[in-house]
Design a protein around this ligand. Structure first.
Ligand code: NCD
Length: 360
């Protein structure tokens, strides 16, 4: 299915050269913000936030305002027509008639792609459930470029909730596209990175290891990406409590790391980084949030200037076949074509990437 607009659902829908251009433009904006104050004069951005957000929503809003544009939208579906039972298709269709570009965050994986299918303007995925978060990844790439000077040949540690952390998923997919990067995946067995992301890493020729102890590997890393245990994505509070507080980066642990290692975090932090780390020069997560605004300015400008179509569904609609992931958007919004990509006898949902065995 072809859409007349260019959307950002997954960074990997674009070539690495496109990401690099956005990162370069973000760097340019950071150096000379005054040159861009009228870049989006007269344009309107619609923010559809079905899930709580502080950084992502405000950084998108401030990005648009700093480019001279305006914003409309909601951050609490309870006060919009969603509370009257309006489906995603109608809300998207209508707001895309008011706005020039939409930014959407939703608790269900695949929701941004579903919205793009009907939107009459570009859609940016600002997080779809535990699936992907491409604009946090652009933030992380700009941060790495600014702070480490490169995006390749890095030994990257990712620690915490790797199964539910959408920022981790998008970041691993992106960094494996640059040569020489290796991944150290630090989590409990219950919170390991999903298989489809590990397959992307392997297919790119990059290497990964899975470990349980942060102490044992911290000294090998160029960058440590700490993440929050995603309470809202656990099946029960008991499951969450069994994982909570497993990894806490404190001053003592950080002292074992190299002097040039940087600590990143998409935020919000709960207690996985103790506040005594904040004053260490290696802790760059507050700076990282600011880079996010510059890179989103670059992204908004680029997407408003791009006038191409996107191929949204490339696979096959399988009759009477639904996605096995109960959280997938296709299991809530019943009108969506249930499209799968085929990989041998296994097929993969085009919205949430969940795999399923094809029965003949
Ligand atoms: C992250 C998210 O929403 O996925 N936050 C963000 O966008 N900066 C990380 C999180 O919620 O833990």
């Amino acid at each position: 299915m072809i859409s007349n607009f260019s959307h950002l659902i997954d960074l990997n829908d674009y070539p690495v050269s496109w990401w690099n251009k956005i990162i370069e433009l973000g760097h340019e904006i950071k150096l000379h913000p005054q040159r861009f104050t009228h870049a989006c004069d007269g344009k309107i951005m619609g923010t559809l936030f079905y899930e709580p957000s502080t950084r992502t929503q405000m950084s998108f809003q401030s990005a648009m305002i700093r480019l001279g544009g305006s914003i409309i939208g909601f951050d609490n579906p309870a006060t919009s027509s969603v509370s009257k039972g309006e489906n995603l298709k109608d809300t998207t269709k209508i707001v895309s008639n008011y706005a020039d570009i939409l930014v959407m965050r939703h608790p269900l994986p695949g929701a941004a792609k579903a919205a793009a299918l009907t939107a009459d303007c570009p859609v940016i995925n600002a997080g779809d459930g535990g699936h992907l978060h491409p604009t946090q990844t652009l933030t992380d790439l700009l941060t790495l470029k600014e702070e480490k000077g490169r995006l390749d040949n890095l030994n990257i540690g990712l620690c915490g909730d790797l199964v539910n952390g959408r920022t981790v998923h998008s970041l691993c997919k992106a960094l494996s596209a640059y040569s020489g990067n290796t991944f150290v995946l630090i989590s409990t067995p219950q919170l390991r990175l999903p298989a489809y992301i590990k397959d992307v890493i392997t297919a790119s020729g990059s290497k990964y290891t899975e470990v349980s102890s942060l102490d044992e590997v911290i000294n090998d890393l160029d960058m440590l990406y700490m993440t929050r245990i995603q309470r809202e994505r656990f099946a029960s509070e008991e499951d969450y409590l069994s994982q909570k507080d497993t990894y806490i980066l404190d001053k003592k642990k950080l002292n074992k790391a190299r002097a040039d290692m940087i600590v990143m975090h998409p935020m919000p932090r709960v207690d996985e980084i103790s506040t005594d780390v904040d004053d260490d020069s290696r802790a760059i997560y507050f700076k990282q949030a600011k880079y996010g605004m510059y890179v989103r300015m670059a992204l908004i400008m680029t997407m408003l200037e791009t006038d191409t179509s996107t191929s949204l569904l490339k696979g096959k609609v399988h009759k009477n076949c639904s996605c096995p992931n109960p959280k997938c958007i296709t299991n809530t919004e019943s009108y969506l074509p249930k499209s799968f990509l085929g990989i041998g006898d296994t097929i993969e949902c085009e919205y949430c990437d969940e795999r399923k065995l094809l029965t003949h």
